[in-house]
Write a protein that binds this ligand. Structure first.
Ligand SMILES: NC(=O)c1ccc[n+]([C@@H]2O[C@H](COP(=O)([O-])OP(=O)(O)OC[C@H]3O[C@@H](n4cnc5c(N)ncnc54)[C@H](OP(=O)(O)O)[C@@H]3O)[C@@H](O)[C@H]2O)c1
Length: 245
């Protein structure tokens, strides 16, 4: 028997799948939203617990909100919702298409999903909304729209947390400030990479503790702190290594 229900919005990513495996092993019933449900059936069937899969139109807010509402009603709500959609692209010639796509997914889609879930949790009277964010939001950076979108997400989550407090509702808003993990090997650095199982474990431990903001893995708190302190004339002269395909 399931002890709780968790929704993962953007469940196809490697990190989401690792979170899903760990939650399913802990008898949590899963409601997963993915871009392409058909190509996801092999993974979802491999999970030990209850699991339902729904499509995700992250760049079409009206459709997205309808999809989330329909699943919420069907499953009678959820205890935990993790938003883990995101794109991160880099081109030094700064084509508008990259910024447009990043804003559509990381800003518009993120806000539509988070706000919709927050309102549903308000009606339900409780819940935990967590978003996989990035320490990239702490300062501007080379992937211009990506860095800015992560600052938007942190700020947006803070606002939702404020509303939960105003309404005196036990709704926890958790901002997961991620550093780099294994998947980011293409960034040309092996330094500070963390195994994905450890990343997922630390995220779930922080969520159980009801953390408002957490750095994962823990050592990235120090990197984030140094990053914030660096004077602009040093911060702006970081090396620009070409990315390997
Ligand atoms: N990778 C890292 O080292 C790292 C570091 C810091 C923070 N993060 C953050 O972690 C989050 C996830 O990153 P990730 O590396 O796991 O990325 P990822 O593997 O590319 O996953 C992103 C998720 O978003 C979904 N998505 C993207 N565009 C979509 C669209 N147009 N329609 C529907 N779904 C869409 C993807 O679905 P599809 O697979 O179906 O496209 C996937 O489920 C992001 O918010 C990112 O900022 C990652």
């Amino acid at each position: 028997m399931s002890i709780a229900t968790a929704m993962i919005i953007g469940a196809s990513s490697q990190l989401s799948q690792t979170l899903a495996k760990q939650l399913s092993a802990q008898q949590v019933s899963l409601v997963l939203f993915v871009n392409d449900p058909d190509s996801f059936s092999e993974f979802s069937q491999s999970l030990p617990g209850e699991v339902s899969v729904y499509p995700l139109a992250i760049t079409q807010p009206d459709t997205l909100i309808a999809q989330l509402n329909a699943a919420w009603t069907k499953h009678d709500g959820a205890h935990l919702v993790i938003v883990n959609t995101g794109v991160n692209e880099y081109d030094s010639t700064l084509p508008w298409a990259i910024d447009q796509h990043t804003i559509d997914v990381n800003v518009m889609g993120f806000a539509a999903a988070s706000q919709c879930i927050f309102k549903l949790m308000c009606e339900q009277g409780y819940g935990q909304l967590a978003a996989i964010n990035s320490i990239a939001g702490q300062r501007g950076g080379p992937n211009v729209a990506y860095h800015a979108s992560k600052a938007f997400a942190a700020n947006y989550l803070q606002g939702l947390s404020m509303h939960a407090q105003r309404l005196k509702l036990p709704i926890t808003i958790s901002d997961i400030q991620l550093g780099l993990f294994d998947k980011a090997v293409h960034l040309n650095t092996q330094m500070l990479l963390s195994p994905i199982d450890k990343v997922a474990e630390q995220i779930l431990t922080a969520l159980k503790k009801g953390k408002r903001r957490v750095y994962v893995t823990k050592r990235w708190r120090i990197v984030a702190w140094i990053n914030r302190l660096l004077p602009e004339y040093i911060y702006n002269t970081r090396h620009w290594n070409p990315r390997k395909k």
